[in-house]
Design a protein around this ligand. Structure first.
Ligand code: GLC
Length: 474
């Protein structure tokens, strides 16, 4: 391995560590949802939104499942640079320190003639998704929307000349999908004053305030005024101070009062409410345990965010569905990423998987949308002392639970050969149980102070998780 590659990998590793620490700090700040007390659920910290904040985030908490989209000039590279494979997708410009003028020239050929906003949004709907978040500007600095702040945008700098962000916003409104925008507010490799480009302007002394005042903040204002997004999704907040984060949030809310803002608006000590509405776990890394505050797992469908022709390592549908069920059981959402091509297509390996997820959700959505977290918690694992050290040991992921008032849904992931599932004890009494997709298939229940035993029918009802619906006595 070349030395530069080693350095890059080491730096990525360090940045992941920082993200993890940040995420842990953020969770500690949020608090208890007392709604699940009826189940005797364990306390998970302190989260006390005001009534208005609760209402603002209510749609997001019910929605559970959204589409993340990484689409930009980097999609045109499709994982290649001058005929050679290149690492990084949307990070390729920085990872390979490409000459900025050559990268900018990608715009001359960016022409997604196959892009059809309504088709994309219909696919989201068929997948059972309720919201989307698309890259309006990623770290490369290219705006995928019509902007008056810079000519380096899709309307002014490409032969396409259309504004896909506007078209998507309109299609989302038509089809009832909430519309969210990703915006890289600190990292911008196209600007000498932005964060992150250390190779194009050697010796230049950056001025982050200039970048924020002249590009990021005016563009965030444009996004709010022109597209009224339901979510502003920030990322990699290098050098964003508390004051700057508060200023951005206040400006956004003065235009779109109910806008939701994610926790990546700022690094370090988290802001939390009233500025940020939901936390993010790591990329492709869910929180280990139940969270009190709303949160979101973002993850890739293959191994890349942006489209790369050679990344054919697609995750199986049962892994993707498990991510969703697992997140919901921990009080979270799942934002699943798709990388469209530069032509504007979502290719078959993506769409076929999304449609299968949609099929499962069509039958089992009752146990996902609008649900609360598990009434248990120890199904995820527990701390054990191993060789004198306290370690978190994950439990085998055989089942997950979601809840609604008076109902516990047990998502049986690995159907047991003997038909027996053991659950921890529950304060509430279970009246009866049956398979969600076949109410005639009854489940026998033995409930004691020590725990619950479910005797399931012989065969599972679904290819992936079969849901057992347990009705509680009032
Ligand atoms: C990372 C990367 C970025 C990607 C994001 C998605 O932070 O910097 O490329 O957009 O993860 O969560």
């Amino acid at each position: 391995m070349k030395i530069t590659r080693k350095i890059i990998l080491f730096m990525l590793f360090i940045s992941q560590l920082t993200i993890k620490q940040q995420v842990l700090a953020q969770t500690a700040q949020f608090g208890e949802m007392t709604k699940l007390d009826q189940f005797g659920a364990p306390s998970v910290g302190d989260y006390k939104p005001t009534e208005a904040e609760k209402q603002r985030v209510a749609w997001f908490r019910d929605a559970k499942f959204g589409m993340f989209m990484h689409w930009g000039l980097y999609s045109q590279m499709a994982g290649y640079w001058k005929g050679n494979k290149i690492l990084g997708g949307e990070w390729a410009l920085k990872l390979s320190k490409l000459p900025i003028e050559e990268y900018r020239a990608l715009a001359n050929d960016f022409n997604p003639v196959k892009f059809n906003a309504d088709e994309w949004v219909s696919l989201m709907k068929a997948a059972g998704m309720k919201y989307m978040v698309i890259t309006s500007k990623h770290h490369d600095g290219f705006s995928m929307f019509g902007s008056k702040v810079t000519k380096y945008n899709i309307v002014d700098a490409t032969p396409f000349k259309r504004d896909p962000i506007k078209e998507l916003k309109e299609a989302c409104d038509r089809q009832g999908i909430k519309f969210g925008l990703y915006y890289s507010h600190a990292q911008d490799w196209n600007e000498p004053d932005g964060y992150g480009n250390t190779w194009s302007w050697p010796g230049y002394k950056r001025d982050m305030n200039k970048y924020l005042d002249e590009k990021a903040i005016p563009q965030i204002r444009e996004l709010c005024e022109n597209y009224h997004p339901a979510i502003l999704w920030f990322d990699t907040a290098g050098e964003i101070t508390q004051e700057r984060a508060e200023q951005i949030a206040a400006m956004a809310r003065s235009i779109v009062p109910d806008i939701l803002i994610n926790s990546r608006i700022k690094l370090g000590k988290p802001i939390g409410l009233p500025v940020t509405d939901f936390n993010g776990s790591g990329d492709n890394e869910p929180f280990r345990e139940v969270q009190a505050a709303p949160w979101e797992l973002c993850g890739t469908l293959n191994r890349s965010w942006a489209y790369k022709k050679w990344d054919t390592d697609f995750r199986p549908v049962n892994e993707l569905l498990f991510n969703l069920v697992d997140a919901v059981s921990k009080n979270g959402n799942y934002l699943l990423n798709v990388g469209p091509t530069a032509e504007g297509e979502i290719l078959e390996p993506y769409s076929s998987r999304l449609l299968e997820i949609g099929k499962w959700l069509k039958n089992n959505g009752e146990a996902i949308y609008g649900c609360d977290r598990t009434p248990f918690g120890n199904e995820f694992g527990e701390y054990k002392v191993i060789d004198g050290k306290k370690k978190y040991v994950e439990a085998p992921a055989n089942w997950r639970c979601t809840t609604k008032p008076g109902i516990v849904y047990v998502h049986v992931i690995n159907w047991p050969k003997d038909g027996v599932v053991h659950l921890p004890a529950l304060k509430a009494k279970i009246k009866r149980g049956y398979l969600l997709t076949n109410p005639k298939a009854k489940v026998k229940i033995k409930q004691t102070a020590e725990g619950i035993t479910l005797l399931l029918p012989k065969a599972a009802n679904e290819d992936f998780a079969t849901v057992v619906k347990l009705m509680l006595r009032n």
